[in-house]
Write a protein of this length. Structure first.
Ligand SMILES: Nc1ncnc2c1ncn2[C@@H]1O[C@H](COP(=O)(O)OP(=O)(O)O)[C@@H](O)[C@H]1O
Ligand SMILES: [Mg+2]
Lengths: 258, 288
């Protein structure tokens, strides 16, 4: 399968805290990679580095062979899109408005074009709306389209966070704890959509503490602690490793620093 | 009757100023109080060209808009790249500094200002014709802002106000949006300046100082910040009210303090009773 994202020797330090210590990783099309590790391991920081929220001290990132650099919005337009651990939905806006803002090519980029609502703007808007409604239908959330997003139950908000990211039809999808606080039918939906998106050719990386979610979904996983990738392999291998399990539950011993 | 036309002109000019300032702070979330300096740039550019050249007045007004836009883009490009409220500080510095220059240069008339701005329209209908032009332009400015904010651009701007990081991470260029908003708003202030100069035929630096900043800010806050109609209502009330007080023919020693007291009381009352302004309503989602 084609390589979508390649990270080479990424390093980042905040003062004394090392959040990325020589990280190298590739994500292939159709693949769902689980990113696991204790709190503070640097998982979110890795997403921040890829999406451009913070700049690395050294190392490089490539998206489909091209260097991925520059400000946040340029990376999103290149096709890297992420969700946030704390969702960061647009609170004053409806579900569909949240989603419409997120298309890769945005018809409202220009104030002048938007003012005069040219035919091309209207066409692009109609297309985006249709795509958004399709996505909502896939999630069984059609009837929520015109609700203010923060009025929805928590689990549905998490789904909208994913739906908004999916409006960006880029090839690389980064999900930061999509399952935290999600239960029941929303859980099933999340799982189904993520799987479908990967099958459609996206490269997906999921940070998740829910091990059964990782087990069900991921082809393989990466274990991180203190900014380092300590182990890669199948999910089974990782969860069987005694050393990693110990690390996960906070009993970090001095040997990790070595 | 000329008196009514001139009051109408002021209302129209302030509607343009308040609506464009609302675009900048209310919608764009850009902190600045230096709006009058772009009003001044439009007024002085139009006036100086009108006095010194034979260019048609429309061209002089357009040049005023151009100068205001160029100055605003230069200010925004240099300050918005940096995190923090540098636009506020830089634009205030720009306002105070430029007014200082205008006060001291000879060609700008110094503190006395420019009073020899040429007559463009003559005859008994002058006031009403100007009022018509001004009203049409005010409607156009308000309509354009409303159109932009009701469409996809406005949606992205609201998203930016809700969460800058999330908005940028979805591909929207906050920098571009802010620059465009600032340039459009300041260009509109430049237009208001050109209208003001040609109608009143007299401008002076004190009309563009920080007190003017406060007046425009009060109009926006009073009417309802971040709303379409708020700045219109605010501009109308704050121009009409003092005119009405003048109309009551009270002793002049009373008028000044009375106006001051009424404004202060109004603003304080509004902050408590209608924090979202006359036409603003509590936005859905804010309470959560
Ligand atoms: N912008 C920042 N400035 C300083 N420290 C940070 C910053 N971002 C993250 N950190 C620190 O880096 C470490 C890793 O955080 P994070 O990537 O959020 O971990 P995880 O997502 O794996 O729980 C934490 O100790 C955190 O406090
Ligand atoms: Mg995290």
């Amino acid at each position: 399968m084609g390589e979508i994202l390649r990270i080479e020797n990424l390093c980042k330090q905040f003062g004394g805290i090392v959040v990325a210590d020589d990280i190298s990783l590739t994500l292939d099309a159709g693949e769902i990679v689980g990113l696991i590790g204790p709190n503070g391991a640097g998982k979110t920081s890795l997403f921040n580095l890829i999406s451009g929220v913070v700049q690395p001290d050294s190392g490089r990132i490539f998206l489909q062979g091209r260097p991925l650099e520059g400000p946040l919005h340029r990376r999103a337009r290149a096709g890297v899109v992420r969700t946030w651990q704390h969702m960061r939905l647009f609170r004053s806006m409806t579900v569909i408005e949240n989603m419409l803002v997120a298309t890769r090519e945005y018809p409202g980029e220009s104030m002048l074009r938007s003012m005069f609502a040219t035919a091309s703007v209207r066409r692009a808007e109609a297309e985006a709306r249709a795509r958004a409604m399709d996505l909502l239908a896939r999630m069984g959330l059609t009837q929520t389209a015109d609700n203010i997003v923060v009025d929805l139950p928590f689990g549905q908000q998490k789904l909208i966070g994913l739906a908004r990211a999916l409006m960006n039809d880029g090839r690389c999808l980064l999900l930061d704890e999509p399952m935290a606080g999600v239960e029941g039918s929303n859980y099933e939906t999340m799982q189904r959509i993520v799987r479908d998106e990967a099958s459609a050719g996206r490269a997906v990386c999921v940070v998740e503490h829910n091990v059964s979610f990782i087990k069900d979904l991921c082809t393989h996983a990466v274990f991180m602690a203190q900014g380092k990738i300590l182990q890669r392999g199948s999910v089974d291998e990782l969860t069987r490793s005694r050393e990693l399990t110990e690390l996960y539950f906070g009993t970090v011993d001095a040997s990790v620093d070595a | 009757m000329e008196y009514l036309a001139s009051a109408g002109m002021l209302i129209g000019i302030y509607i343009i100023l308040a609506a464009s300032y609302n675009l900048i702070i209310g919608y764009g979330g850009l902190n600045t109080i230096a709006h009058p300096i772009f009003f001044a740039l439009g007024a002085y550019t139009a006036a100086l060209l009108g006095i010194g050249t034979t260019l048609p007045s429309v061209v002089c007004v357009l040049a005023g808009i151009g100068v205001a836009v160029v100055a605003s883009v230069a200010l925004a490009v240099t300050t918005l790249r940096i995190e923090g409220d540098y636009l506020l500080i830089a634009s205030l510095g720009f306002q105070l500094g430029l007014l200082q220059l205008v006060n001291n240069f000879e060609f700008t008339g110094g503190p006395a200002g420019l009073s020899n701005i040429p007559v463009t329209i003559t005859g008994p209908g002058r006031g009403w014709l100007y009022l018509l032009i001004c009203a049409v332009l005010a409607v156009v400015v308000v309509w354009l802002i409303w159109r932009a904010m009701a469409g996809p651009f406005g949606r992205a701007v609201r998203a930016m106000r809700d969460d800058e990081l999330a908005c940028a991470a979805l591909g929207r260029s906050l920098f571009t949006m802010k620059i465009v908003i600032f340039a459009f708003g300041c260009g509109a202030a430049g237009l208001a300046g050109g209208l003001y100069a040609y109608y009143f035929q007299y401008i002076s630096p004190e009309q563009f100082n920080v007190a003017q900043s406060a007046t425009i800010l009060t109009m926006v806050v009073l009417g309802g910040i971040g709303t379409t109609w708020g700045p219109l209502v605010g501009a109308f009330v704050l121009v009409a009210l003092p005119q009405a007080i003048t109309f009551m023919q009270l002793p002049t020693s009373l008028v000044g303090p009375l106006q001051g007291i009424i404004f202060t009381v109004l603003v304080i009352l509004f902050l408590f009773l209608r924090p979202y302004g006359l036409v603003g309503k509590r936005e859905a989602g804010v309470a959560h």
